[in-house]
Design a protein around this ligand. Structure first.
Ligand code: SAH
Length: 395
């Protein structure tokens, strides 16, 4: 095994069990390690610190796996990590109302660069590091042993693969090609998922709990679901007796699937208006037309891909939320989210305060949303926390 020597003074994060070592913190690589190899990280004095995946093409040159020198990071190690992660999702899956969730969430589940989502009896995998790519056969084998899925599909089309020198994948890893439509259940509501063609791995299961919370306010209300995708919030609100829901998304495929999902659940199609359009444009149009709502949901894509983009993103979030607030009846609710890791809750609250001021509205935060248990936040890896939201009462 190749030894990698850490620069003096860079020990702290490693000792605190942060799983990333940036290339700038590396003093020397003793020998020739191939990308994806497991190497030994040593401090400047030559003492063992951790084992990790090596990649000289990535800004994160080492992704640490194990801090105990006596534990060998072998096939059994990976099988155990997969097993622990899968077993920890049982709380979500046991009551029968939900059969889709994230089974493995990368660093947060001690497997840097591996994401596995379950869609009923099908699995979608994203491989984002060369280290995981190398041990993928073992991981696939373990998933098959544990879950006996009908298919395992590689959805590794994330742009971050480029940073690791990996090419985009979109292939069957085990079993048959998943069907065009896989029917899954979440919170007792059915959804058609297109694993191969849908966004990300097909469904945003990170909003499961938040959909339920927002829907609990929707009975008899007029709801506007912005960035609806295939209807996560829309369907939960209908299930809970919303008087009407207007869903807006720029993706025609998402809106078409949303319409299918309304029928799949036998909800009243007369209660739903779908608009395939840019949200920013549509919000202005509602305002011109004098349309008002009781609940406005804003679940935009990631506006801040990095910390350096935060200022610009904050302005975009502010503008979006200002428009959302202006479309509410007095006392109405704004359920607003940010999935940008760079935007923390404190900054998000400031953005909302700023939007309220500009809109001439008063805002109370009545609930704080976060990511669900199948997207755990590892104490030593705060970067794994990305989804946050606020339920605001607006007058
Ligand atoms: N709320 C959804 C997930 C939203 S993901 C759910 O519960 O499943 C973000 C969505 O925003 C995607 O569906 C994407 O198509 C859509 N989108 C991105 N930019 C947009 C824009 N400018 N206007 C409208 N929709 C947009």
């Amino acid at each position: 095994m190749i030894d990698v020597i850490l620069k003096k003074g860079k020990e702290k994060a490693v000792l605190h069990r942060h799983p990333w070592v940036f290339s700038g913190a590396i003093e020397q690589v003793k020998g020739k390690a191939a990308n994806g190899d497991i190497v030994r990280l040593m401090d400047a004095k030559g003492s063992f610190m951790a084992y990790g995946f090596y990649n000289d093409q990535s800004r994160v040159a080492l992704r640490l796996l194990e801090w105990d020198e006596t534990v060998e990071v072998n096939e059994r190690w990976f099988r155990e990590k997969v097993g622990v992660a899968v077993a920890s999702r049982s709380n979500i899956l046991t009551d029968g109302t939900t059969n889709t969730c994230r089974l493995i969430f990368s660093e947060s589940d001690y497997l840097p660069g591996l994401i596995v989502d379950k869609y009923a009896d099908h699995l979608a995998v994203q491989v984002l590091t060369s280290g995981i790519e190398k041990v993928l056969p073992v991981i696939i084998d373990e998933l098959q042993l544990l879950l006996k899925p009908e298919s395992i599909f590689d959805k590794s089309d994330a742009s971050s693969r480029g940073h690791e020198g990996l090419e985009t994948q979109n292939t069957v890893l085990a079993g048959n090609h998943p069907p065009d439509r896989v029917e899954v259940k979440e919170n007792g509501i059915s959804y058609n998922i297109n694993i191969a063609e849908g966004q990300k791995s097909g469904f945003y299961c990170d909003q499961r709990d938040n959909r339920k919370i927002v829907a609990s306010y929707a009975k008899g209300k007029k709801v506007l679901d912005c960035f609806s995708y295939t209807g996560g919030f829309t369907l939960n609100c209908l299930q809970n007796g919303a008087a009407s829901v207007t869903a807006v998304d720029s993706s025609v495929l998402a809106i078409d699937t949303l319409k299918e999902n309304i029928i799949l659940n036998k909800f009243d199609t007369n209660k739903v208006t779908t608009i395939a359009s840019d949200v920013n444009k549509q919000l202005r149009k509602f305002r011109e037309d004098g349309d008002l709502f009781d609940i406005v949901i804003l679940d935009p894509p990631k506006y801040a891909p990095s910390r350096s983009a935060l200022d610009k993103a904050s302005r975009a979030y502010k503008d979006l939320n200002r428009h959302g607030m202006l479309l509410l009846n007095s006392g109405g609710l704004l359920a607003t989210f940010s999935c940008s890791g760079a935007m923390n809750m404190e900054t998000f609250k400031q953005v909302l305060a700023w939007a309220a001021l500009d809109a001439g509205k008063q805002v109370q935060f009545i609930h704080q949303f976060c990511q669900p248990e199948d997207h755990p936040v590892r104490a030593s890896f705060p970067e794994g926390e990305y989804l946050k939201g606020l339920l605001c009462r607006v007058i």
